[in-house]
Design a protein. Structure first.
Length: 167
């Protein structure tokens, strides 16, 4: 699959097969995430690989929308670290780039993945479970596995969203 095909056909997978994801594929996805651009190459993030069903289940109960994590074989928590870069906006941009690269890599490898958001209001609910420090926060979660079904991606290009020079 070439890069453009991968971008145009990726979708958010919410149903997964009961099939383990190979360690090699997990490693490739982690490498892809760490290849994301980062402001001043500070890389203010950490990635927690979650395989323990108890941890995944506990996290999935912390917010609406994360219940699909229970159906995934592996989950990732992408953690922003304000100890590395104190500028929250840059940390959020960098972690978002990491997540996007990981989602795209998963699709390129034939896996399904879904970005599960994390509300800052709920951050205290996951800090204890994941042993995060005061200046660390979960920027997002990724649910990962082999897709239970193929979903055709629709063309999302929309001329109305394009503006030249001004809004």
């Amino acid at each position: 699959m070439d890069a453009l095909e991968m971008l145009f056909t990726r979708y958010s997978c919410r149903e997964f097969q009961k099939k383990d994801v190979e360690e090699e594929k997990i490693h490739t996805i982690l490498r892809a995430g760490m290849s994301a651009p980062s402001a001043r190459n500070m890389r203010p993030y950490h990635i927690i690989v979650m395989k323990d069903r108890n941890v995944i289940e506990t996290i999935s109960k912390t917010s609406v929308g994360k219940n699909l994590m229970n159906r995934a074989n592996v989950c990732f928590a992408i953690v922003g670290d304000l100890n590395i870069n104190p500028a929250y906006e840059f940390v959020l941009n960098d972690t978002s780039s990491v997540i996007t690269n990981m989602l795209n890599a998963a699709h390129a490898l034939g896996l399904g993945a879904c970005w599960c958001g994390q509300r800052r209001d709920d951050d205290h609910l996951v800090k204890d479970v994941l042993n995060l420090g005061d200046k660390q926060f979960v920027a997002g979660f990724i649910a990962l596995g082999y897709p239970a079904q193929k979903k055709e991606q629709i063309d999302r290009y929309d001329e109305k969203k394009i503006h030249i020079d001004r809004f």
